[in-house]
Write a protein that binds this ligand. Structure first.
Ligand SMILES: C[S@@+](CC[C@H](N)C(=O)[O-])C[C@H]1O[C@@H](n2cnc3c(N)ncnc32)[C@H](O)[C@@H]1O
Length: 488
């Protein structure tokens, strides 16, 4: 059991961790620190060698990341006594037979720190109610999350409360819920560790603890693994295939305020006779929500099962082989052809709703919440204004960071221009091939003139009827706005 930290102790501990460079910045620089440092993994010897010197940072890494006990005397020589007292009194460290052992895993993310279950628990008999630390899916959802200030945010399946703490400054009220009762105590502890005071916690199934409440933003990194078992609450659920994610979407829509967003990491399947697009489109029927779906990866059932089980092959090959066989049998029985993974964002809106599906890699290196908001507003504008009248009044602006790239092809020993591509880098990358006159037109899209004014200027330069220029320009602007190259 952890004892919540007083604001003064939390402050001292954070200062100490910062001074010791036990920070996200430092972890990003060191290969192996941000991923699971499993004992049987190839990078374990590297990590042991890397932390061999008796420094404060190495002691912290060994105790709190790798779960290695350390000699009390050795540690007390370089860690200030006040900090050791905080660590022992809060229960983060236990002392037994002169050995210090961490009871938790402690990891930095952004400018915060989080405790969760230690690594070894995941492979123990107690794994069922394991509370997970910030992992790649948490980080992806955090990067995509909308960061405008709102009244209420729900962190559904909060785990140790990472997303709640990270979102705390964006909402007046943050509600963290989880089926796992152990999650609640970790979330409360992490709120105290980071001196966050606006998080409420509840234990219960999905939306059950907040039955009658609606939110402006719901963030969910649910247990979405598509497996035949439900032994591990942090990644598996008891519903068939992808039905738990469908449930979150459908019930989530009823817990959104008008204009509110639900953002979720998820996996879903393609079954024989139904495309993966149609399957996920059906989830939205009648929800009153617009939705943008990013498909980040696709696996055939065998590759998916192998990827999920592969660690087990090096621990218990017999068990792993049996699991692999059972999983594939399950997929065959359910006619699963492929398993997809990605990001789901939806917004409650009265009117004819739209659904947009894109294929994009999930390695999102920077926050893109602003891009998500502008995507929703652009898509809504385009779908509610199919005629060009309103579009002509808009002042299109080329997205910052857009580049024009020319490619050449070798023809008869000569490099000849082969094509022009517009590219967008950053959080939401994109490429589209265009013609040179379009590129020229885009150069004038600075956000200062209306589309109508831009078209008048183009018509003066080219020898073509104004109606034809207008129609072509409107169609180009629609297409490029939809693909994020133009902001309206
Ligand atoms: C992948 S973890 C995500 C934890 C945390 N939100 C994060 O992003 O790191 C999924 C969380 O959902 C919780 N969970 C599983 N089934 C649930 C259910 N039926 N209702 C609510 N939470 C559930 C698990 O206990 C776990 O904490």
């Amino acid at each position: 059991m952890l004892t919540l930290l007083s604001p003064a102790d939390a402050h001292s501990l954070r200062e100490f961790l910062q001074a010791a460079c036990y920070t996200d910045l430092e972890f990003r620089k060191r290969p192996g620190l941000r991923e699971l440092p499993a004992r049987h993994s190839g990078n374990w010897p590297y990590l042991m060698d890397y932390t061999r010197e008796p420094t404060v940072l190495n002691f912290l890494l060994r105790l709190f990341l790798f779960g290695i006990p350390l000699d009390y005397k050795l540690v007390s020589e370089i860690v200030p006594p006040g900090i050791l007292t905080i660590l022992l009194n809060s229960g983060l460290l236990n002392l037994e037979a002169n050995q210090l052992q961490a009871s938790v895993m402690l990891t930095p993310l952004d400018n915060y720190w989080f405790v969760a279950d230690p690594l070894d628990r995941i492979k123990s008999a107690e794994a069922k109610d394991f509370v997970l630390w910030a992992n790649p899916t948490t980080r992806i959802l955090n990067q995509v999350s909308i960061r405008r200030h709102v009244k209420s945010i729900l962190d559904l399946g909060a785990g140790c409360g990472v997303l709640s703490v990270l979102a705390a400054t964006n909402g007046d009220r943050i509600v963290a819920t989880d089926l796992n009762p152990r999650a609640e105590s970790f979330t409360l502890f992490n709120a105290s560790l980071n001196s966050i005071t606006n998080i409420e916690t509840y234990t219960g199934d999905t939306f059950e603890p907040i039955k009658d409440q609606c939110f402006d933003l719901i963030l969910a990194n649910p247990p979405f693994f598509v497996t035949p078992s439900s032994n591990q609450m942090y990644c598996e659920n008891s519903m068939d295939l992808d039905q738990y994610c469908r449930r979150v979407v459908r019930e989530g829509a009823t817990h959104l305020n008008d204009g509110g967003y639900l953002q979720m990491t998820f996996e879903w399947v393609q079954v024989q006779g139904q495309s993966w697009q149609d399957r996920v489109a059906e989830w939205l029927d009648g929800t009153g929500c617009d939705a943008w779906i990013m498909r980040g990866y696709t696996r055939d059932p065998a590759s998916y099962a192998y990827e999920r089980i592969k660690e087990e092959f090096s621990i218990n090959p017999e068990r792993a082989t049996q699991m692999f066989t059972d999983w594939l049998e399950h997929y065959r029985r359910s006619n699963v052809e492929q398993i997809c993974g990605g990001l789901f964002s939806m917004r409650k809106r009265t009117g004819d709703n739209w659904l947009r599906i894109e294929e994009l890699p999930l390695d999102i290196s920077e926050p893109i919440g602003e891009s998500v908001l502008s995507l929703f507003s652009t898509q809504t504008f385009l779908s509610t204004n199919p005629a060009d009248e309103e579009l002509l009044k808009m002042k299109p602006r080329l997205a910052s960071g857009t580049k024009l790239q020319q490619s050449f092809a070798l023809t008869d020993h000569t490099w000849l221009p082969d094509g022009l591509n517009l590219t967008l880098s950053g959080g939401l990358p994109g490429t589209i091939s265009i013609e040179f006159p379009v590129a020229e037109f885009l150069a004038s899209c600075s956000g200062d003139s209306t589309l109508h004014e831009l078209i008048v200027a183009v018509t003066a330069k080219v020898n073509a009827p104004v109606d034809q220029v207008r129609q072509q320009c409107c169609s180009v602007v629609r297409k490029l706005a939809e693909r994020r190259f133009l902001a309206l």
